[in-house]
Write a protein that binds this ligand. Structure first.
Ligand code: ADP
Ligand code: MG
Length: 348
């Protein structure tokens, strides 16, 4: 069989981990990225530094690869559609159209009969007043948010400053009284087979994931509902690859979808060490149409800690035991709250 070359858009840590999984499967990787410093360039076979609208460079990228995927969802849709005319992009670009846009994403989930937080589409201060019942709430930019960027807590109408210019579209979400947060990660293959990991329990600080653990402490009912909803979403999207569904569980034990990530997910990093097939390997297998291997646990209990900003300096000096796995993303600049690395600890 001819060797497969996988094109990846984006060069962050998710790209690095995808490249490492691809290497294990003898899949070549070509990355295109607009970040000259992107750490994944150290793991891919070929790196193309380019703006995403540079037609010449995009053509070069297309020529080199058999199939294309991405490590972040906020790529302009037109670019994905254009690439897809020449080489298949998986998951398919139309999925991004929905998931890049919180309004379309939540409507899509609600139309499947699955609960999300209560929300409203907001274009102006008046729209906020009309939706006062959603306060205290969180105003989120409708597109381009990540790691809490583009989010504003509104405790009352007074927080909507008179001079606040609504330059973008937003959604306003009621603030959920959280009992806990979980995520479900699955890989869906081209024949419709789904491999799914048990729910992962997540703790966020300042809207950024701080740690993840398995097993999540949940009732069987919630576990089942979370798994079923994630499968329903993946099937309805005709999704190919690894994706995550982030959920809230409120104080009344109601399960709500927070958001969908059409890519490998930070909370799934522990699958590298705690399972025989990681979320990254699953993704490469699915998009390249390789053999399906169901994930099996290596450890029943694991924790993943995100290392943010300056914390990395301490970790770089530490020594680790056999059940601890430290990942330094090798980012050149240390920035406050930036994801610099992670540590996974296997407990059993
Ligand atoms: P991002 O796209 O930045 O990941 P999210 O919408 O997932 O944005 O929000 C990040 C985190 O902020 C969530 O995981 C949660 O901890 C907190 N958060 C967001 N929306 C709400 C909400 N409506 N109620 C309570 N907490 C929230
Ligand atoms: Mg999120």
């Amino acid at each position: 069989m001819k060797d497969i070359t996988l094109g990846i858009i984006g060069s962050g840590q998710l790209g690095s981990m995808l490249c490492q999984a691809a290497k294990k499967l003898n899949v070549k990787t070509v990355i295109i990225s607009d970040d000259a410093q992107g750490p994944a360039q150290n793991y891919c076979d070929q790196f193309i530094f380019s703006k995403y609208d540079d037609q010449v460079k995009i053509k070069e990228f297309i020529k080199e690869v058999d199939i294309v995927t991405f490590e972040f969802e906020n790529i302009p849709l037109e670019i994905l559609r254009n690439i897809n005319k020449e080489k298949k992009v998986l998951p398919k670009p139309e999925i991004n159209k929905i998931i890049q846009n919180r309004k379309l994403e939540k409507s899509f989930v609600n139309d499947l009969g699955i609960k999300t937080t209560e929300w409203a589409f907001i274009k102006s201060a008046k729209d906020v007043s009309r939706n006062e019942k959603l306060l205290p709430g969180i105003l989120k930019t409708n597109t381009l948010g990540y790691d809490g960027h583009g989010q504003f807590v509104l405790n009352s109408l007074n927080d909507v400053k008179k001079d606040w210019c609504f330059t973008a579209d937003y959604i306003l979400e009621k603030k959920v009284d959280l009992k806990k947060e979980i995520s479900v990660i699955l890989t869906r293959f081209q024949n419709g087979t789904i491999s799914i990991y048990a729910p992962i329990e997540n703790v966020h600080e300042n809207q950024i994931l701080k740690h993840s653990k398995i097993p999540a402490e949940l009732s069987d009912k919630i576990t089942d509902e979370a798994l079923q909803n994630a499968k329903k979403i993946a099937n309805q999207l005709d999704y190919v690859g690894t994706m995550a569904v982030e959920y809230f569980i409120d104080k009344n034990n109601v399960l709500l979808v927070n958001e969908i990530a059409p890519r490998v997910h930070n909370s799934g990093h522990l699958t590298i060490n705690a399972f025989n097939v990681s979320q990254f390997e699953g993704h490469v297998r699915a998009v390249c149409n390789l053999e399906i291997i169901a994930p099996g646990k290596i450890s029943n209990s694991a924790v993943m800690i995100n290392i943010l900003g300056k914390e990395i300096e301490e970790y770089r000096k530490k020594t680790f035991s056999r059940n601890e796995f430290f990942f330094d993303y090798g980012k050149k600049a240390i920035k406050n709250k930036r994801k610099m690395g992670h540590l996974t600890i296997l407990k059993e």
